[in-house]
Ligand binder design. Sequence first.
Ligand SMILES: Nc1nc2c(ncn2[C@@H]2O[C@H](COP(=O)(O)OP(=O)(O)O)[C@@H](O)[C@H]2O)c(=O)[nH]1
Ligand SMILES: [Mg+2]
Length: 690
Amino acid sequence: MKEYKTGQIRNIALVSHNGAGKTTFVERLLFDTGVTTRMGQVDNGTAAMDFEEEEMDRQSSIAMAIAPIEWQNNKINLLDTPGYVDFIGEVNSAIRVTESAIIFVEAVAGVEVGTELVWQYAGDRNMPRILLVNKMDRENVTLDRVMRSIRENLSGNFIQIQLPIGEGTAFEGVIDLISMKARMGTDDEIVEIPSDLVDAAEEARFALVEAAAEGDDELLLKYLEGEELADEELRSGLRSAIQSGQVVPIMYAAPQPGIAVKPILETIVEMFPAPNEVGPFTAANAAGEETEYEVDDLSPLAAFIFKTREDPYGKLSYLRVYGGMLESDSRVWDTGLDSEVRVATLNLLRGKEQLPITKLHSGDIGAVVKLGDAATNDTLCDQGNKLSLKPVTQPSPIVSVAVHPVAQSDVAKLTTALNRLAAEDPTLRWNSEPATRETILSGMGSAHVDIAVKKAQSKFGVNLTTSIPKVPYRETITKTNSSEYTHKKQTGGAGQYARVFMRVESLPDDEEFQFDSEIFGGAISGPFVVAVEKGCKQAIQSGVMAGYPMTGIKAVVYDGKEHPVDSKEIAFQIAGRECFKKAALGADPVLLEPIFEVTVSVPADNMGDIMGDLNSRRARVLGMDQEGTKAIVKAEVPLAEMQTYSADLRSMTQGRGVFGMEFLRYGRVPAHLQESIVIQRQKEKELEKA
Ligand SMILES: Nc1nc2c(ncn2[C@@H]2O[C@H](COP(=O)(O)OP(=O)(O)O)[C@@H](O)[C@H]2O)c(=O)[nH]1
Ligand SMILES: [Mg+2]
């Protein structure tokens, strides 16, 4: 592929609800620009963009894929993203490294949950956008209906720059309202506007001229004085209105048969900014001071790793260059690793294909094979000018499962597999939960977690079963209590002796453990006080009610006794541990459970059901809000009640509800539930022993 400089590049995120036709759009462009000799099809697994095994099985994208499209001496990097909300992390990363976005709306379905979500993501960044009403050729397309759905569900200043010619199976092309010509059929024939549409086109152009004039003060003046705007002025006014996010143009297409696709390419090149046209980027130096730099080959090198993928030939790091130029066969500094890494071959990516190149100009996107230990969110720079770009912030996981290796021999491989899966996917997390001794895998939805479990097998040979995770309860005390304990062992050889007096007190929120000594006059000598503290720390690992870790406790040793010969550290450790347990048991212990802040967004019609359901989950509602046709509820909910919420919400709202959850704090388990949890836990422990 030819070398393209910063000003010739456009980076575009393709985003939408699942199935709106993003992948097919890319396949169409690859075919039309001569890259492929047969157009790839999602439905039979031949799409260049859906190359992962899982994607071919599901006939749908689950990961971001990139295609550079060469068009009129420009290169358009298209970042095709998955549409399921489970894979929103990929969308998030794509949006971070692109300047503009095309939001696809399926012409029959209209605005869907996923559309709203990506609209919000792109809107939060105020990205220049095109709203593409796609698959216009489908039977049952009614333009009125899809336009109503857009207006009702998406807030934005939409402007027609085209009018469709026909809808559904009669869709033939579009009218370009700037040139006032029709673009017809799969050959994109440029003809006069059909006579029955001339009036409508003129009326629509009126609104377009006004919107374009508003993009530029000088033009606005001219327009208000009643002067005609030349086409060129119209284009430049529109360009600045789109780039500032002031207006969002609506376009129409049917990429599968190939109708009205070229006008989209033209609009991308003409209206969307090159990477150096959106202002400087910000990077922090080694001291953490932030500086702005131009997106320019002459700026210091700053390349951001936004994705990592395990390829059969090794690890691939996807990166976007912000400043400077990245060259193959070079050494660069990785600020995330704080060490040098070697860039051996530099590639452009086209689906799974790698196209070797010698350099990547600022603003461009490519990939490096086997970049040492480099990870997603690292910045590559010059060793002499260490820079860090901000990592992508991803939403917190909302679905968790406990994973269990099927074979004992897989236990050892589990950690490696989970680490590598999580490295590939920043919204996938895992941890081992000491309170329940389970390995927990968490993600953005059940499909997301299921796929990770499948990949553990297909990529890393680890067979896993899953179960609903046990709730990681904790224990704490509710009053101050004192106790004493003597550890004495005087049989046989050397004896052991330690006597400890201890008081336990509640600590305020969030503090796990404190230890203090009020020993005066050397009743217990220094090293033995340290041993007592060690004993307490052992004791808090498994509490006194049901064996969950304890938190929120201060232990104060205030007296004790040593024996000149038999006192040893181990004796004081044991005495400290036992004294602590005894004191805690008498301090009215209670169970604590994790409480999450949950934000649910549902169609307003579902509000009643959602509130009733939340109440049955012991939720404390913090607030309600209305945004367009959506109702948004914020509530505090115990984790124990959220384990199946993802699936439950889907069925309550026919898939139209979304939610997020964020750990808030530990809260007290209501007294009436406590007993059964303790009994359940005791049963489990007996089973573990058996
Ligand atoms: N009628 C029609 N169907 C399309 C068009 N583009 C895509 N499709 C079909 O819509 C489905 C989803 O397409 P896909 O490209 O996977 O959507 P994505 O999830 O947004 O990537 C597939 O069955 C495609 O064949 C189109 O222009 N017209
Ligand atoms: Mg797709």
